[in-house]
Design a binder for this molecule. Structure first.
Ligand SMILES: CC(C)(COP(=O)(O)OP(=O)(O)OC[C@H]1O[C@@H](n2cnc3c(N)ncnc32)[C@H](O)[C@@H]1OP(=O)(O)O)[C@@H](O)C(=O)NCCC(=O)NCCS
Length: 332
């Protein structure tokens, strides 16, 4: 029986163009650069204009990753879009990416794992490859969370930015870049981060139903506590399961949601600061795209030297959590 693994062929990203600094935000909010920087580590974020959507950023990231690897789009047999706040409920973001890239032989679906959506998608793609169902999978993590931000709410609007990342995963005999993945979810904490989009009830059933405003609402302190209590033990479990010593991890790239959480997790796991990759200062929290943008930037700026064994870990609404240990080869 063949030993089939998954190879990470290429990785790329796209971010929104417009930069909004903390000082810019003081024009519309009762806040300060000092408050935002010290509590979150964020100095600026990228925000899409009205003509750009999660799908647009996802398409750009997909085209880049296809170009980078010179990949034959006809051989892509599945597209998974990790997008939790799309502009439309349907058509799916993945179908629109298929149309724009010409990957016409692919099946398509979107996966809503919030900020943990990329690692959830990675595990899903990996299972398809290991089982032999699909050989070449494009994963696109894209979110324009700023479109669902209440810009009068200073406790949430300062945190987010818009971006996308894309990865091509291919079946490979006797090689495997996915060393291990662990997923968790805790629906009991569902009200920690919400984005409610209620439809309208038929007027024959009920008249004058209230319309809810589709904005992110968050219990920041509860999220913080969830992450600091659940994620370190999940990572420790993953290290055990994969027989990996923390000192053999070359880089730790956690979800970019708050520099204090990044520091707290690294400290708790005993990872030296030079191994920790963070770009939250320049981008804020780009939801599912955060880790991929941090990897691409880290490689391009020589903060990440390849080949490398990388620990990635994310968490988000749901609440969801997900961690993975992956190998990245040179020239991705
Ligand atoms: C959001 C977060 C930065 C808030 O920090 P905090 O230390 O918990 O701050 P609090 O919510 O207790 O607010 C403290 C005070 O700052 C104020 N405040 C909140 N946002 C502010 C802002 N942008 N500027 C200035 N003051 C602000 C609050 O109103 C509060 O004032 P009060 O004491 O007069 O009531 C922090 O809880 C956090 O990062 N949580 C995790 C969120 C996250 O990562 N979510 C995404 C997960 S994918």
């Amino acid at each position: 029986m063949k030993n089939i693994g998954a190879k990470i062929i290429a990785l790329d990203c796209e971010t929104a163009q417009k930069i909004i600094t903390n000082d810019d935000l003081t024009k519309i909010l009762d806040t300060s650069d000092e408050w935002i920087s010290t509590r979150t580590g964020i100095k600026q974020r990228r925000v899409t204009d009205k003509d750009k959507s999660s799908t647009d950023l996802g398409i750009e990231a997909s085209k880049k990753v296809i170009r980078r690897s010179n990949f034959d789009v006809n051989s892509i047999d599945l597209i998974i879009a990790a997008c939790s706040a799309p502009e439309d409920i349907y058509p799916s973001v993945s179908c629109l990416i298929q149309k724009a890239t010409g990957a016409k032989n692919s099946a398509c679906f979107d996966l809503r794992g919030a900020c943990a959506g990329f690692i959830y998608s990675l595990n899903c793609a990996y299972a398809f490859i290991k089982s032999g169902i699909y050989k070449n999978i494009l994963i696109v993590a894209t979110d324009t969370t700023t479109k669902y931000t209440d810009w009068s709410d200073r406790s949430t609007s300062v945190l987010f930015g818009d971006g996308a990342g894309a990865v091509i995963l291919s079946a490979q005999e006797n090689d495997d870049d996915i060393i291990g993945v662990d997923l968790l979810a805790d629906g009991a904490c569902a009200d920690y981060i919400t984005l409610k989009i209620k439809g309208k009830t038929c007027p024959l059933v009920e008249k004058g139903t209230d319309e809810t405003k589709p904005f992110i609402q968050m219990k920041g302190k509860d999220v913080y506590k969830f992450v600091m209590t659940k994620i370190p033990s999940e990572i420790e479990e993953l290290l055990k399961k994969t027989n990996t010593k923390i000192e053999n991890i070359d880089y730790f790239i956690p979800h970019q949601s708050n520099q204090r959480m990044i520091d707290g997790l690294s400290e708790r796991l005993g990872i030296e600061s030079q191994k920790v990759i963070s770009n939250i200062k320049d981008y804020g929290n780009m939801s599912a795209a955060s880790i991929l943008v941090a990897i691409r930037e880290g490689i391009d700026s020589n903060k990440i030297n390849l080949p490398a064994k990388i620990l990635i870990s994310a968490f988000g609404a749901g609440m969801t959590g997900a961690s993975a240990i992956i190998k990245l080869d040179k020239n991705i």
